[in-house]
Design a protein around this ligand. Structure first.
Ligand code: FES
Length: 290
């Protein structure tokens, strides 16, 4: 949600910057075109037009003159040969007008380049911050029907791994709920009440990925030997608490896990299920819940 607001803020800033730049460019162009210099140019233009109008020939057209000359050569005709009209005086274009156009072109080119740069930068930021919509880690993930999850846990020897959520799902016994209600936050209890423990794979000691151990039916960290029961409650090793969890909810029979809301594991000594090791350990030996 925070990311969304940041994106909106960036878009608004980019649009405001572009509007400010375009406004400044228009003002500069207008100033250049209507300043004192331009008034001079207009005055000169007016004088030049007046002069040119005065010099417009009023006699017969060139075609008529040519025809009369041709008839004259042939010895007859209706038209009198007439004198050619004085050609109009060449009026050079106003150099100030040239200059203004060049400045306008350069100004607009620079502003267009800046606008494109800002737009590209803004697009890159928005693309970076925009939520992917893939429903991956960091978002709410629908893990599927609770009944299907229970069945999958049974098929996977008691431990169901969900890589998209970087989490484990195990069964939680209904008989342990009264104790759990004394320890766990409501967002964790939501899944426990549905018979499911949801546990972040990251070891709360130094962050290694904690694998399951089929023989002991615990989680056992290969890095420094921390051990946790199936509910993620610490049984041994240097970890400062039990395995972390996520905020959960049950919606329409589905387990929804908010992987953006990590909830710290239970304190050392928590043992709501009373599950002891069910066989040999995979990593070292339990040191007795310290
Ligand atoms: S990281 Fe797991 S015990 Fe140290």
């Amino acid at each position: 949600m925070n990311g969304f607001f940041i994106v909106i803020a960036v878009v608004v800033l980019v649009v405001l910057a572009a509007v400010a730049l375009l406004g400044a460019a228009r003002r500069r162009d207008t100033d250049s075109a209507t300043g004192s210099l331009s008034r001079e140019s207009i005055k000169r233009d007016r004088a030049a037009r007046k002069e040119a109008a005065e010099m417009v020939p009023t006699g017969p057209s060139g075609q008529e003159v040519e025809r009369s000359v041709a008839l004259e050569r042939r010895g007859g005709g209706d038209l009198e040969p007439v004198a050619a009209a004085t050609p109009a005086v060449f009026v050079p274009p106003d150099p100030e007008a040239y200059d203004v156009s060049r400045r306008q072109f350069l100004n607009r080119g620079v502003i267009a380049m800046m606008g494109l740069s800002i737009a590209a930068f803004g697009t890159a930021i928005v693309g970076f911050l925009w939520p992917s919509g893939s429903g991956g880690f960091g978002s709410k993930i629908n893990m599927g029907k609770v009944t299907d999850l229970q069945a999958d846990i049974g098929k996977n020897n008691g431990f169901l791994y969900k890589p998209d959520g970087r989490l484990w799902i195990t069964s939680y016994p209904a008989s342990a709920l009264p104790k759990a209600e004394q320890v766990y936050a409501p967002a964790v209890l939501n899944s426990l009440k549905a018979g499911l423990s949801v546990l972040y794979q990251k070891c709360p000691h130094l962050g290694c990925r904690v694998p399951s151990c089929n023989s002991s039916q615990w989680f056992e960290c290969p890095c420094h030997g921390s051990q946790y029961n199936q509910a993620g409650e610490k049984k041994g090793g240097p970890a400062p608490r039990g395995m972390d969890s996520f905020a959960t909810e049950i919606s329409g029979g589905n387990l929804i896990v908010n992987t953006g809301a990590v909830i710290q594991g239970p304190p050392i000594g928590t043992n709501t299920t009373g599950q002891e090791a069910e066989g040999p350990h995979c990593i070292g030996a339990a040191s007795g819940g310290h």
